[in-house]
Write a protein that binds this ligand. Structure first.
Ligand SMILES: [Mg+2]
Length: 228
């Protein structure tokens, strides 16, 4: 087999299970435009996987905005309240999570987002959120001292399964280059489902790159196949 068998699965949230990256882009673009600055794709792609305060720091510095990172986060926060409750799931997300849960595969969420942000975004998807054994929410978690590409979020997340799986027994799903780097640094296999604008060269460390979660074949990693 090309891939190693896994027992536990860790999911990123934004841009992977949820189509929320477009909404972050909308909020950041709006706030930057208010101060006459352009929020570019180049900047956006460098932020994927960061915690909120790390994004705010990088944006305010890179674009030289006349705002502190706290002020920037506050302005974005007002927009999130309007944008996030209507966020949609990515194609194939619900099917995969429900499938793994149904077959007793332990699954967890490993997101850089805060608890409040997850609550806002998952308001209409609570049923799906409840299928995870636990949620590791980086920005609200004192053990997660850094955002991705640091591996700590995946290490902390894996350690919270009662079975304490080894890194090589864990499979990570990610959409971001920083997330792929974090998973690989944690010594876990990682399936990348990136934004199509991301240069594949940046994802060369991913175990597998897919266009959509709908294309994932669980049996490749020793997980129960669909229809089983
Ligand atoms: Mg993501």
């Amino acid at each position: 087999m090309q891939f190693k068998k896994v027992t536990h699965v860790l999911f990123d949230l934004d841009g992977l299970l949820l189509d929320s990256e477009v909404l972050y882009t909308k909020a950041f673009t709006t706030v930057c435009a208010k101060y006459g600055k352009e929020f570019t794709w180049e900047l956006k792609s460098s932020l994927l996987g960061f915690q909120g305060h790390e994004c705010a720091e990088k944006i305010t510095k890179t674009l030289d905005l006349p705002l502190t990172k706290q002020e920037f986060m506050k302005e974005c926060g007002k927009l999130y309240e309007v944008l996030f409750p209507s966020v949609q799931l990515m194609p194939g997300a619900e099917k995969l999570v429900k499938h793994l849960h149904k077959h007793g595969v332990p699954i967890a969420l490993a997101t850089s987002s805060s608890k409040e942000s997850v609550a806002l975004k998952m308001k209409d998807h609570q049923e799906l959120l409840d299928l995870f054994h636990h949620h590791t929410m980086g920005q609200s978690d004192p053990e997660v001292t850094k955002g991705k590409p640091d591996p700590i979020i995946f290490q902390v997340c894996a350690s919270r399964f009662p079975e304490k799986p080894k890194p090589e027994d864990c499979l990570v799903f990610e959409d971001a280059v920083n997330g792929v780097k974090a998973a690989r640094a944690a010594n876990m296999q990682v399936v990348a489902v990136p934004d199509p604008r991301i240069d594949l060269e940046q994802l060369k460390d991913a175990t597998l790159v897919l266009k959509s979660l709908e294309d994932f074949q669980p049996e490749l990693f020793g997980l129960p196949p669909y229809g089983a």
